[in-house]
Design a protein around this ligand. Structure first.
Ligand SMILES: Cc1ncc(COP(=O)(O)O)c(C=O)c1O
Length: 286
């Protein structure tokens, strides 16, 4: 079952008019909320980011926070899987094609939930390959917009190379990756690009920062130059579906020792423990 404009219905019956501005202009925003053992992980943070994205693109938020929670929870309980990825999308609505905002139009709300696919154990244990590219996206990468053509083209660069991600540099400075944030480890310290208009403020990024603080791993938020990335001891990707994933090869060159490093192992374990703790606290009685 999926959710469309107030109703839960089978996917095959969910239909949107072709003049929906999501279809015509990519005029919408979205969220992806991971769900473990039927409990949404950091739901309020994801919903806060959705609200922020809606505000940034001036789409009227059609639901109060509590209603959003009910939609997410209602969707979860209608799926057969324990671990899920809830996708929520809001577009500006259906209107005659014209760039300027239409008046009096209801936003289109669509949500679905699929099985959550985390990286397989072999990828966690052995690390992943990535390539790099120039970050040629727009200057509002902090908005989780459905206009993802920039990210799609950049992700395809790594897909074509048989790699898991494309790490992006803008003017010689690390931004993020096509669908993840990036952390760099050097000499026992973590470096991370600060939140700005050039990166998506990842919910996993915040979790990783909290874990680093809990583990007393020093972390510095500052511009990270391309040369520093290439000379890193460790390179991590973070996202709701990847959790924390070590990059062991960038553009065909070994990163650090060529295997997931000691800080990665601590942070990855910390993330699993953190998840379990949160799940125990937040789990919904059956
Ligand atoms: C461009 C980009 N950066 C970062 C992230 C990570 O965000 P989160 O940790 O909230 O999943 C994503 C997630 O899909 C993304 O698309």
């Amino acid at each position: 079952m999926v959710f469309l404009n107030g109703t839960f219905l089978p996917l095959e019956q969910a239909k949107v008019p072709v003049l929906d501005r999501g279809f015509i202009f990519g005029d919408g925003v979205y969220e992806l909320i991971p769900v473990y053992s039927r409990a949404p992980f950091r739901m309020d943070e994801h919903l806060a980011r959705l609200e922020r994205s809606l505000g940034a693109v001036r789409i009227r938020n059609p639901h109060a926070r509590e209603q959003w929670r009910e939609i997410v929870l209602g969707l979860i309980e209608r799926q057969p899987w324990d671990d899920q990825a809830v996708y929520v999308q809001v577009t500006r609505g259906v209107a005659k094609r014209d760039h300027a905002f239409p008046e009096g139009v209801e936003p289109t709300v669509f949500a679905m939930s699929n099985p959550l696919v985390n990286p397989p154990a072999a990828l966690v244990d052995d690390g992943a390959r990535a390539v790099s590219a120039a970050d040629n996206r727009w200057l509002r990468c902090d908005i989780k917009s459905t206009s993802l053509i920039g990210n799609v083209l950049l992700r395809q660069v790594s897909a074509d190379a048989g790699a898991v991600e494309t790490i992006l540099f803008r003017d010689g400075v690390l931004t993020e990756a096509s669908a993840s944030n990036v952390f760099v480890a050097k000499n026992g310290r973590l470096l991370s690009p600060p939140k700005s208009n050039l990166i998506l403020p990842g919910i996993t990024y915040d979790v990783v920062v909290e874990i680093a603080q809990q583990l007393a791993i020093p972390i510095e938020f500052r511009d990270v130059r391309e040369a520093e990335v290439r000379a890193a001891d460790e390179l991590w990707l973070t996202s709701s579906s990847k959790e924390i994933l070590a990059v062991v090869e960038l553009d065909g060159k070994t990163v650090g020792e060529g295997r997931p490093g000691p800080l990665y192992r601590r942070a990855w374990q910390g993330y699993q423990d953190f998840k379990r703790r949160v799940m125990r606290r937040e789990s919904i009685p059956a």
